[in-house]
Design a protein around this ligand. Sequence first.
Ligand SMILES: *[C@@H]1O[C@H](CO)[C@@H](O)[C@H](O)[C@H]1NC(C)=O
Ligand SMILES: *[C@@H]1O[C@H](CO)[C@@H](O)[C@H](O)[C@H]1NC(C)=O
Ligand SMILES: [Zn+2]
Length: 254
Amino acid sequence: MRGASYAWSGWLAVALVVLAHVLQSLSAGAYHGGARLTAYPKHVLVLTAHPDDECMFFAPTIHALLAHNVTVSALCLSRGDADGLGHVRAQELVRSYGVLGVPAKRVACVDDPHLQDGMQRTWAPARVRDAVRTHMNGTHIDTILTFDAGGVSLHPNHRALFHGAVQLQSELATPLSLWTLHTWSWRIKFWGVLVSVLQRGGRDYVFRSSMREYAQSLQAMYQHQTQLVWFRYLYVLFSSYMYANRVRLVVQAL
Ligand SMILES: *[C@@H]1O[C@H](CO)[C@@H](O)[C@H](O)[C@H]1NC(C)=O
Ligand SMILES: *[C@@H]1O[C@H](CO)[C@@H](O)[C@H](O)[C@H]1NC(C)=O
Ligand SMILES: [Zn+2]
């Protein structure tokens, strides 16, 4: 009897996941307030802290922007040198963005002694602000997309980007929108595609990947060969950030 009920629960779980994937495919795309997103920025800068942030956290948004012909540039503020592999990881970053559809000429990676990868490394928001300002000089970037104050995983380098971007936004003379990636609670973060299809968004944008885009994100992750330890395989299967992004419009200047 017990065995039969376990079997039923197993089938029920499988059916639920299959259903979630079908819903995900049917509702792939960009949403705002429950409706399809219609107005897009022209040039978005994806501001990350480490090579692999782009595909582990931001891929659904990058796919949606590129699908609507938005120009996407990337600025990664460290080479991820915590294990001394920064020179390799900087190349992996370029390859990963290439798979996502962002050409190498629009991918920049900074190696600044004050902005080095590490849980114990504190990044001063003013330093982040200056690095981003220097990078943006002479470009037509109208929107910055980065982490929110939670930094996805409470990683201090991620959180510093938020504070640096807020500073920059408040000081710039030209209009600049600031979008931040919503940090999901640890309770639901690993419910994968289920979290994605249950997102309504409200005032936030929701970007949901199609299965083809998800496969592309996996391919991008695969470029980060130095990072492919066993738990990353679990991550790409179960993390909700692989399937959808919820993005807050902290400042919508356009
Ligand atoms: C993007 O650009 C391509 C080529 O110029 C065009 O065919 C396509 O319709 C555009 N897509 C959108 C959503 O504007
Ligand atoms: C931006 O670039 C111009 C010339 O290209 C330079 O004069 C100016 O100092 C730069 N500003 C910043 C903030 O880097
Ligand atoms: Zn990171």
